[in-house]
Design a protein around this ligand. Structure first.
Ligand code: C2E
Ligand code: CA
Ligand code: CA
Ligand code: CA
Length: 278
């Protein structure tokens, strides 16, 4: 449910009183930013942990405002959520990704699955799956090149609804990924009930993987994912040591600055030249 814009301020008032003015400005500019198409995706490669080959990407929303310059997702995503507009950002990013894929296809280039973030609130729109299906058709995209990342903030009463959506998406060939696994709503039971294709282990786990207790937790999550026939993706891999550890415990996919930072679409096209014809 959308809330009044006033609640946005509440998010920041304790820690960032000084930035309230900036918040208000962001709020005011947000609507025109959507109209002026100021949101665009950067893509961060996901790699096979064993071979370090690129196997796909995650699309991350960026906003470069004509008035105030670059605005961090940490600011504009909560603003979008609180004002009930986040679905418009999600869709703008999705459309840009689909347009990019269509162009690559037209040029005979190799396609890779791209994961797009869907805010939990957007995921529960009654016509969500239908709208995704329409977009896929409109852009003539093979659904196997799209993954939807849904943050693990599914409240208990919504589990059956989430399950229905995930199954419907799977039926039309679109994979879903449980984002930020392990933070927020706790969820081992959701894992067995919700047929995600992939779980993303939050960066906070990757960060602490050298600690023996955390190591045991991550190892168990990865094993559980494998037993449930889901792929495991570790987010925020920054060091060789983290990479080696994740590789050892059988994590399937890695993502993080250690491999690649998020890149503009043109940079991705250049990077992918080495992946043509092999
Ligand atoms: P997320 O889905 O957990 O995405 C991963 C975040 O970690 C991204 O931050 C990414 O740039 C960052 N990251 C990746 N590798 C590393 C690393 O090695 N070290 C560090 N320190 N950070 C790394 P970003 O791009 O700032 O996005 C923040 C969050 O905003 C995302 O977290 C996601 O929840 C949300 N978001 C981004 N784009 C969208 C979107 O289009 N729609 C929605 N609803 N949310 C989005
Ligand atoms: Ca994500
Ligand atoms: Ca997230
Ligand atoms: Ca995360």
């Amino acid at each position: 449910a959308s809330k009044l814009p006033g609640t946005v301020l509440h998010l920041y008032e304790e820690s960032q009183r000084h930035s309230i003015e900036k918040e208000l400005e962001v709020l005011t500019l947000f609507a025109s930013a959507l109209k002026n198409k100021e949101f665009f995706p950067m893509l961060q490669p996901k790699v096979d942990i064993q071979t370090r080959e690129i196997i796909g990407f995650e699309a991350l929303a960026r906003w470069e405002s004509a008035e105030i310059g670059f605005v961090s997702p940490a600011i504009f995503i909560p603003v979008g959520e609180k004002t009930g507009n986040i679905h418009k950002v999600d869709r703008a990013i999705l459309k840009s990704v689909l347009a990019w894929q269509r162009e690559r296809k037209k040029q005979g280039k190799r396609l890779f699955p791209v994961a797009v973030n869907i805010s939990a609130n957007h995921f529960y729109y009654p016509d969500f799956v239908e709208n995704i299906e329409k977009l896929i058709k409109e852009y003539e995209m093979d659904p196997k090149y799209l993954i939807l990342e849904i943050t693990e903030s599914i409240e208990l009463e919504n589990v059956s609804y989430a399950k229905r959506n995930i199954c419907q998406l799977r039926d039309i060939g679109i994979a879903t990924s449980m984002d930020d696994f392990g933070v927020g709503y706790s969820s081992l039971s959701y894992l067995q009930e919700l047929p995600f294709e992939e779980i993303k282990i939050d960066k906070s786990f990757t960060d602490s993987i050298a600690e023996p207790r955390m190591h045991a937790v991550v190892k168990t999550i990865i094993q559980l994912a494998a037993d449930l026939e889901m792929k495991s993706v570790a987010e925020g891999v920054e060091t060789e040591a983290q990479h080696q550890e994740l590789k050892k415990i059988g994590c399937n996919i890695g993502q993080g600055y250690y491999y690649y930072k998020p890149m503009k679409l043109e940079e991705v096209d250049l990077l992918l030249l080495q992946y043509e014809e092999d």
